[in-house]
Design a protein around this ligand. Structure first.
Ligand code: GCU
Length: 500
C-alpha cells in the first residue's frame, strides 16, 4: 500500500447442464466434462452437420460464414473456479476464423484464433483458461470476421478437484492488535466468530503478515509475527511474511533503513538482509510455522533500503545484491519457501524493473504486483501486465494487494485515503460495489493467468488504539476502515468471496 505517499492527502483532509455431459478423469487433480454442440441446451446458430468424418458424437456445428455466427454452451460447475476450455474444431481453409469467447456475457478472450487445420475432416483443439461461477455458466463463441466460425465439434471443460493451489489471500497485519484491543468480528448473519474462521468461510486460505524490524508500536515485529504465525497456522492457513526491511512503512515513495542499519553501506546491508531474513525464517521454522512464502521487500518499485539499495540511473547493481541476499537466506532456511518480489508497477515500468533485476542474476519464484484500481489503471491494463509478467519471466504472478471501499463514511478522527463515492467507474463505494470490484479484480487477474490475489487489510475497521502510524499507534487513527470488508460493527460484507 502506498501508505506514506498518501498520508499527506489524509493529513490535508484531516484537517444449465448439457443433456448428457460425459465426465472423465484426465489426471490426478483434474476432471473433464464434454459438451457436444448437438446436445441441448447447447445452441448452434446454423446446422448440425455430419458430412466431415472424425467428429465426436452425432455431428458438429456448421454456421453461416458471417460476423456474429455463434455457438453457445451451457456449462455447469459444482464450485466456482478456473477451468480450461478445450474447443474442438476444424477449419479447412487457410484463413484464421477468429471468435470472441464470452463467459456469462462478458468477452474474456477477444478474437481467439481458429487457424486452418488443413482439411474439414482434420480436427484440432484450442485451449483457454477461464474463470467460471458455481452453477450454470454460458460459454459463447461469436465470429468476428466475415469468414464466420470454424466448424465446432464440442467443448471440453477441465477443472481441478477442489484442492485449490490458488493463493486466496488476506493481509491481516493489524488484526493481532485489533483482537488484543478487544475488537469483535461477526459472520454476515450476526453470529460472532473468530476473524480468521470468518475469513476462511469466505474462501481465504493464505495470510500475509508484514514485518518491521523495530517499530515503536511493538506490533508487526519479529516477536509478534512469531506469535501470530502460530495462530494462523493453527487455523490451517498458509503464511506469507512480507519483509519491509524498515521500522515503518516501505512503499514506492519511501524505503527508510531500519535505525539499527542506518549507518551501514551496501556490503554490510547485504549481510543485514541475509541475517535478518534467515533469523526470522528459521525462528518461524523452529516453532513449526515455516513461512510458505516471503516477500523480499515491499513495493520496491525503485529498490529498497534507500539510498544504498535504490535504483538510480537504471543501475540495479545494489538492489540485485540485496535481493540475492534475501533469496539465499530464505532458501538456506527452507528450500521450498517461495521467494516473492513485489512491486506496484501495474501502471508502468514492470518490464523495466523485472528485466533490471533479472539482468543482475536475481532469482525469485513469484512475481507480485499491487493493484488498486483507483491508483493503478483499468482492469484490462492490469490483465495485460499480469499476462505479460507471466509469459516473460515464466513464473507464477499474484496480486499481493488489492482493496476497495464499501462506504464513504469515516469512523474516526483520521480521514480516509479514498473518499470518492465511485473511486473506479462502475463500482460505487457501497457493500455491493466493494463485492463487485473484488470479484472483477479476481476474475480479471485469474483469466489473465494470476495464481492468487490478496486483499489488503480486510479486518482493519476503526478501533481506537490501532492506528496507522507505528510511531504513534495509539493516537494516529485509521484511514483504511472504509476499505475493510468488515463494517464498523465488525460484520463481514455478506457477499464477499475469495474465488478458488
Ligand atoms: C465447406 C465445408 C463446411 C464449412 C464451410 C465453411 O462448405 O464443407 O463444413 O463449414 O466450407 O467455409 O465454413
Amino acid at each position: 500500500m502506498k501508505w506514506l505517499s498518501k498520508i499527506s492527502v489524509v493529513t490535508a483532509m484531516a484537517t444449465a447442464l448439457s443433456s448428457a455431459p460425459v465426465a472423465f478423469a484426465t489426471g490426478a487433480h483434474a476432471a473433464t466434462t464434454r459438451y457436444e454442440v448437438e446436445s441441448a441446451p447447447a445452441v448452434c446458430s446454423g446446422v448440425v452437420a455430419s458430412n466431415h468424418s472424425g467428429h465426436s458424437g452425432s455431428g458438429f456445428c456448421d454456421t453461416p460464414n458471417a460476423v456474429g455466427s455463434a455457438v453457445q454452451f451451457t456449462v455447469n460447475m459444482p464450485v466456482a473456479g478456473t477451468a480450461t476450455l478445450g474447443i474442438r474444431y476444424a477449419n479447412g481453409t487457410t484463413a484464421n476464423r477468429p471468435a470472441d469467447v464470452s463467459v456469462n456475457g462478458s468477452v474474456v478472450q477477444p478474437g481467439f484464433g481458429f487457424e486452418g487445420t488443413g482439411a474439414w475432416n482434420a480436427w484440432a483443439t484450442k485451449s483457454l483458461p477461464v474463470h467460471l461461477n458455481a452453477g450454470t455458466n454460458t460459454v459463447r463463441l461469436a465470429a468476428t470476421t466475415a469468414g464466420g466460425l470454424a466448424n465446432i465439434d464440442y467443448l471440453d471443460v477441465t477443472t481441478d478437484d477442489g484442492n485449490s493451489t490458488i493463493m486466496q489471500g488476506a493481509d491481516v497485519s493489524t488484526l493481532q492488535r485489533a483482537v488484543d484491543l478487544g475488537a469483535r468480528y461477526y459472520y454476515a448473519n450476526g453470529t460472532p466468530g473468530d476473524p480468521l474462521d470468518i475469513l476462511k468461510s469466505a474462501g481465504v486460505n493464505y495470510v500475509r503478515l508484514r514485518i518491521w524490524n523495530n517499530p515503536r508500536s511493538g506490533y508487526n515485529n519479529k516477536d509478534k509475527v512469531l506469535q501470530y504465525a502460530r495462530t494462523v497456522k493453527a487455523k490451517g492457513l498458509k503464511l506469507m511474511v512480507d519483509f519491509h526491511y524498515s521500522d515503518t512503512w516501505a512503499d514506492p515513495g519511501v524505503q527508510t533503513k531500519p535505525a539499527a542499519w542506518a549507518g551501514h553501506g551496501i556490503s554490510q546491508l547485504q549481510t543485514d538482509v541475509y541475517n535478518y531474513t534467515y533469523e526470522v525464517c528459521t525462528s518461524l521454522k523452529a516453532q513449526g510455522t515455516t513461512p510458505d512464502s516471503v516477500q523480499i521487500g515491499n513495493e520496491i518499485n525503485t529498490g529498497m533500503l534507500w539510498p544504498d539499495g535504490q535504483v538510480a540511473n537504471n543501475d540495479f547493481t545494489n538492489l540485485g545484491l540485496l535481493l540475492k541476499a534475501g533469496y539465499n537466506a530464505t532458501k538456506a532456511c527452507n528450500s521450498s519457501t517461495q521467494v516473492i518480489i513485489h512491486t506496484a508497477r501495474v501502471e508502468s515500468g514492470a518490464r523495466w524493473f523485472y528485466d533490471g533485476i533479472r539482468a543482475q542474476g536475481v532469482q525469485w519464484d513469484i512475481t507480485a504486483l499491487s493493484y488498486y484500481c483507483y491508483w493503478h489503471g483499468s482492469l484490462s491494463s492490469m490483465a495485460a501486465v499480469v499476462s505479460d509478467m507471466r509469459s516473460r519471466y515464466g513464473k507464477p504472478v499474484i496480486l499481493a494487494e488489492t482493496a476497495y471501499p464499501f462506504t464513504t463514511a469515516n469512523f474516526d478522527h483520521s480521514g480516509n485515503i479514498i473518499t470518492s463515492s465511485q473511486p473506479c467507474s462502475g463500482y460505487p463505494a457501497t457493500p455491493a460495489g466493494q463485492q463487485a470490484n473484488f470479484a472483477a479484480v479476481q476474475n480479471t487477474a485469474r483469466n489473465a493467468g494470476a495464481s492468487g490475489i490478496f486483499y489488503w487489510e480486510p479486518t482493519w475497521y476503526a478501533v481506537p488504539g490501532n492506528g496507522w502510524n507505528p510511531a504513534d499507534i495509539n493516537n494516529s487513527g485509521n484511514a483504511w476502515e472504509n476499505q475493510a470488508i468488515f463494517d464498523q460493527n465488525g460484520r463481514i460484507n455478506p457477499n464477499i468471496r475469495w474465488l478458488p
